[in-house]
Design a binder for this molecule. Structure first.
Ligand SMILES: O=C(O)CCC(=O)C(=O)O
Ligand SMILES: [Fe+2]
Length: 361
């Protein structure tokens, strides 16, 4: 017991030696409350540090979005400001959509698969090498509405990270999919987009979003402050900032009733996932096939045109850890280091996007 106590004391001392690094991290997208003693400082957060940081990130994002206004028509910008998302039905011309689904249906590539509760998510990253073989996917990237909305909502004039994503639900009875609880992805505005390649029925676990919940209100900030204090408790070592919210809390925050995106194929949804959202629990085993994009950039950057290239992420040899990071599961490496439970991840070489997943062992 003595040795354990000593090492944790030494660890605390080490954490303070790293103070300059922790201070730099304050101005990044880092959302973990641990081990950074500033982000996870209970005293600081009681005084509103996390709220101040979130407010600053939002101000900078608004500034970057203003720089990108020419990319998006006014009506879409107003809809986004009001709702926190923009929806475009019949995004592509029928012949272009048919070419896209045919191209994706015929594809076989390496995917990362990830199991959360009773859902398996398969992601095939559209790397530059893969895109070179996929003309319909390339033309989607150039489509003015897709291009403009993902950049504007993402607040960076950079190509988003793009994937073919398939979500299989009810693969493991009795386990709950954590994505089905209403949550925010992080403390700052951030973009995710879905182009549904097949119709999504109410029963098939559609994406849901509470309209207007991307806005910071006094009640929202009070809620964030409370959660940041709770997350700074050194006993919990809370590594995520993807806060969940319960129904009564949503009522207290006067959040609108979530809208369900049970929509026809060829519908694009581009959302700021700082707003409350979830995947609705599916009522039957389902498959949701989509092109999925997300954007990452430093939320504190004053400039929307930084020339960040997602291609950097794809380079180098394929190792599980690198792939996990590249396909958006980077938090797993951290969880593993901290000795926390790590959700299942595996590589699936040579799969087609719609093929049923192999049993999870
Ligand atoms: O797949 C969905 O419908 C939502 C999942 C989610 O919460 C996310 O991707 O951030
Ligand atoms: Fe989410």
């Amino acid at each position: 017991m003595g040795a354990r106590w000593l090492s944790s004391e030494m660890f605390s001392a080490l954490r303070w030696l790293l103070l300059p690094w922790w201070a730099v991290q304050v101005f990044t997208g880092e959302k973990s409350f641990w081990p950074n003693p500033i982000l996870g400082g209970p005293g600081l957060n009681r005084r509103g540090f996390a709220v101040w940081r979130g407010r600053l990130a939002h101000r900078m994002t608004a500034r970057r979005r203003r720089q990108l206004e020419p990319l998006v028509p006014l009506a879409d910008r107003l809809a986004f400001e009001r709702d926190g998302y923009v929806i475009k039905r019949d995004l592509l011309r029928p012949e272009d959509f048919a070419a896209l689904t045919a191209e994706i249906g015929a594809l076989s590539a390496t995917a990362g698969e990830f199991k959360e509760g009773d859902a398996i998510t398969r992601r095939i990253p559209l790397t530059p090498e893969l895109l070179a073989r996929l003309p319909a996917c390339r033309s989607l990237l150039r489509h003015p509405a897709f291009r403009g909305l993902t950049r504007y909502v993402g607040s960076f004039d950079a190509e988003p990270l793009l994937f073919i994503q398939t979500i299989f639900t009810q693969v493991d009875e009795g386990q709950a999919d954590p994505q089905t609880s209403m949550h925010i992805d992080t403390f700052h505005p951030t973009m995710k987009a879905w182009l549904f390649l097949e119709d999504v029925a109410e029963e098939d676990g559609p994406f849901t979003y509470a309209p207007g919940s991307h806005q910071r209100t006094a009640r929202r900030e009070a809620w964030e402050r409370r959660l940041s204090i709770r997350a700074s408790d050194p006993r919990t070592r809370k590594t995520g900032g993807a806060f969940r919210i319960t129904k009564p809390e949503m009522a207290r925050l006067r959040t609108a009733k979530p809208k369900r995106f049970a929509v026809p194929a060829n519908t694009l949804v581009v959302a700021d996932t700082y707003g409350f959202h979830a995947r609705r629990r599916s009522a039957r085993p389902s498959v949701r096939l989509e092109i999925w994009a997300y954007s990452r950039g430093n939320p504190f950057s004053p400039w929307a045109r930084l020339g960040i290239s997602p291609a950097r992420l794809w380079r180098g040899p394929i190792r599980e850890g690198k792939w996990a990071a590249a396909i958006g599961f980077g938090f797993m490496a951290l969880r593993r280091r901290l000795g926390l439970p790590v959700p299942g991840f595996r590589l699936a070489p040579g799969v087609t996007p719609g093929a049923p997943p192999a049993p999870w062992s």
